[in-house]
Design a protein around this ligand. Structure first.
Ligand code: G6P
Length: 489
């Protein structure tokens, strides 16, 4: 950083992600209302004092007219956000198509869609072309706002092409790329028609980060096996140029959750929930309504538990919050109906005139209600079939310091590597195993719960989102300095 009066100026950080951390709603021709969505990334960067973050991304709305675009750009500037405007066709092909129908399922081991593998190669190609075009549009906005010395941090599978576009424009730009999903085994990545082009584009970055060491290892083997490059303990080498590859496990802003429990709005919710579910153990699932989250498998395991443990039938309730997501993608529409069908059947089978075993909500909760729900829960069920990290498990632990409830956690979530010692780890595909783990959780002794909670609570409160962001950015700065020194030698 440059210095002024002996004090370091904060380094500017351009955070580029598909979605801006605000939802924009148009109120009139030139008027917009904006609401900040405090996801993991936002809280991570808000807490970091060393640099000043600016966000570049899609505002999630179609704004075809220039007046609307100007007004939205102005409104977003106050929140340090810079929009990338994508038209409906690009969104359809890039976001619904290539990102969410191809890369997302593939990276979560659900394979490529059949129709793309066989008949509609044209649609695969046009979706990939739109993906590249959209990434170039993001790059154009970054280039316009970039100032020398800025750090550019690209996020997630939507923007794998971006590092290449940025470096082609300015080889000296400091570029990091971080993947929030798993990176699959190279045998899975091999099936992707655009496998090499994507790997090469990511390798243009100076630093490439993943949540776990396994994902980083898979990425390096994909580069060695598919591209024939050399993998080193530091990363991937191509003709003397090193792309540093490493694991940076994300965390949450634990203080925000712990602090929220003191708020009167949260205390009111807690009181209400305790009254509502008095005499019953509360089990909780909070997920986006996504096939990777294993919601049908979780509910079927709960049904098996009820089937085999009649004693518990009127003493336990499962609250499943399923937040709708990517609703224009057909796979997600099918999943919604499938989940509704299973929930209806189980409630019909085990419910009574006054109570049902499953409360399923297709919507998100506001922050106070969510914290209260975490706090009153006896057993949280995170049964993702695959998950980059899964921060719901972290949020639950942060809110459980009085109750010391049990976390049932999929071994296929990145979080299993950090919270595994405190949670009951399960294979979510094994319905009987998950059903057994529910019984184990409900009957666990207080001492055992305390011991497990301590372990997880310590981890969640010491490996925070702020620390994650600081570590990544300082590693990126160091990587670039080391590369410059190597070139000079
Ligand atoms: C995952 C992805 C994020 C994405 C989020 C919500 O966590 O890793 O990049 O923003 O899902 O999905 P959406 O498609 O609504 O942005």
């Amino acid at each position: 950083c440059e210095k002024q009066d002996g004090l370091p100026l904060r380094q500017r950080l351009l955070v580029v992600a598909n979605r801006l951390p605000v939802s924009a709603v148009r109120r009139g021709e030139e008027s917009w209302s904006l609401e900040i969505s405090a996801g993991g990334l936002v809280s991570a960067l808000l807490g970091v004092k060393e640099f000043e973050a600016r966000w570049i991304g899609w505002a999630g709305v179609n704004v075809p007219d220039e007046i609307g675009q100007k007004a939205l750009t102005k409104a977003l500037a106050e929140k340090r956000c810079i929009p990338v405007f994508l038209d409906e066709e690009i969104v359809h092909q890039y976001y619904n198509g290539y990102c969410n129908n191809i890369l997302w399922p593939l990276f979560h081991y659900l394979g490529l869609p059949q129709e793309d593998r066989l008949a509609t190669t044209r649609s695969f190609q046009s979706q990939f072309a739109a993906y590249k075009k959209a990434n170039q549009m993001f790059a154009d906005v970054v280039n316009k706002h970039y100032e020398e010395g800025d750090v550019v941090w690209c996020h997630d599978y939507h923007l794998m092409f971006l590092p290449k576009c940025l470096k082609e424009h300015n080889i000296n730009m400091k570029v990091g790329w971080f993947l929030h999903t798993p990176f699959p085994s190279s045998e899975i990545h091999r099936t992707l028609p655009s496998r090499s082009e994507l790997l090469r584009s990511v390798l243009a970055a100076d630093l490439v980060g993943f949540h776990t060491y396994d994902y980083a290892r898979h990425f390096v083997s994909a580069c060695t096996r598919i591209l024939g490059l050399e993998g080193t303990p530091e990363g991937v080498e191509d003709q003397g140029r090193l792309t540093r590859v490493a694991a940076f496990p994300i965390g949450i802003d634990s203080d925000r959750f712990i602090g929220a429990l003191e708020l009167s709005s949260v205390q009111d919710h807690i009181k209400e929930l305790k009254e509502r579910f008095a005499g019953r153990k509360v089990m909780l699932g909070v997920d986006r309504l996504d096939m990777i989250k294993g919601i049908p498998q979780k509910i079927l395991a709960f049904e098996k538990f009820l089937e085999e443990n009649s004693y518990w039938r009127d003493k336990v309730v499962l609250l499943q919050i399923a937040v709708p997501t990517r609703t224009d993608v057909p796979e997600y529409q099918k999943l919604t109906s499938q989940v509704h069908e299973i929930v209806g059947r189980i409630n019909g089978r085990f419910g009574s005139l006054t109570a049902v075993p499953i409360h399923h909500l297709d919507r998100s909760l506001d922050f106070p209600a969510l914290c209260a729900l975490y706090a009153v829960t006896d057993v949280a069920l995170v049964t993702s079939l695959r998950d980059g990290m899964n921060l719901v498990s972290y949020e639950f632990v942060a809110c459980q310091d009085s109750k010391k409830g049990v976390l049932i956690l999929s071994e296929f979530a990145g979080a299993a590597q950090s919270l595994g010692a405190g949670a009951i780890l399960v294979n979510p595909w094994n319905i009987s195993e998950v059903a057994d783990s529910i019984r184990q959780a409900l009957t666990m002794s207080a001492e055992e719960r305390e011991k497990r909670h301590r372990h997880n609570f310590r981890h969640v409160t010491t490996h925070t989102a702020q620390e994650w962001a600081e570590t990544f950015v300082s590693e990126l700065n160091d990587t670039v300095v080391e590369a410059q020194l190597r070139t000079k030698q």
